[in-house]
Design a protein around this ligand. Structure first.
Ligand code: TMP
Length: 253
């Protein structure tokens, strides 16, 4: 591809100017960070897998009427997206106690929550994304009360749908993180799902063994990170050709 204007480089993705006004190209890198960039690394092939997994999940969500920025996948590492105005929040939905919830409230990891919990974090890397309430969000004008309601409703819908989808392939959706933006559609400003949905921003545990199949394998040095991402893609039925592990000799498919 020719030279394109780079709009933004994040930890795991790069955004380039898109082919038409109002579009961007989202490029998925193999670079990986954890613990608010204190731990850095590279997971070979992760970008290819996340591009494919996020395409699949965003497309399924689009089909059930969840508005997203996703347009189409362009190649192994890139997808075309609609440019949305960023809402500076990270939204975490939790079904099972893990990670920072376990640490903050001293709850045992793995306990099923009495109901799904939605949390808001202020998107500010140098402050390590602090937890905030509706009060902060409206007082500082990050989103209106109506937008908060919309984000809550969409997040819970995404949770219901993805929990079922993952359950169907033997995976428990423990928690995940979403981002949203604003987009003009038919003279109406709409809230749309942005960023990506992949094992980078979901906790996915095997339903039978509780084995972690997500970014925690990298965060906590559990090893076999790429294999876990591949297994998620394989169970979703979308393992990219190039990522298919070589078959042992003598075995037929
Ligand atoms: P937490 O338990 O560490 O707060 O994480 C909650 C969810 O958010 C979990 O699914 C992982 C995801 N997450 C990210 O995607 N990026 C991050 O930088 C962090 C801290 C969490």
């Amino acid at each position: 591809m020719g030279r394109r204007r780079r709009i933004f480089e994040g930890k795991a993705k790069v955004l380039y100017e898109g082919p038409e006004p109002g579009t961007l190209v989202q490029y998925f890198k193999d670079d990986t960070v954890a613990w608010h960039s204190k731990k850095k690394g590279t997971i070979t092939g992760k970008g290819v897998l996340n591009n494919r997994i996020s395409e699949y999940l965003m497309s399924r969500l689009g089909e059930i009427g969840v508005p997203t920025h996703f347009v189409r996948r362009l190649n192994m590492r890139e997808q075309l997206i609609r440019e949305a105005e960023i809402i500076p929040l990270r939204v975490v939905v939790r079904n099972v106690v893990a990670g920072s919830l376990s640490q903050r409230l001293g709850l045992p990891e793995g306990s099923v929550l009495p109901r799904s919990i939605v949390e808001f974090y202020y998107k500010k890397d140098d402050l390590e994304d602090p937890l905030v309430s509706d009060e902060h969000i409206t007082a500082f004008g990050w989103a209106s009360p109506y937008e908060i309601d919309e984000i809550m409703a969409l997040s819970l819908r995404v949770n219901d749908y993805l929990s079922g989808l993952f359950l169907g392939i033997g995976v428990r959706l423990v928690d995940f993180r979403l981002e949203f933006g604003r987009l003009w559609e038919n003279d109406e400003l709409r809230i749309v799902l942005t960023d990506e949905i992949s094992p980078d921003n979901c906790r996915l545990w095997d339903i039978k063994t509780n084995e972690k199949m997500d970014m925690d394998r990298f965060r906590c040095d559990l090893g076999r990170v790429e294999e876990a991402y591949q297994e998620v893609a394989r169970r979703l039925g979308i393992l990219p050709e190039s990522a298919t592990p070589a078959k042992p000799e003598g075995k037929k498919s």
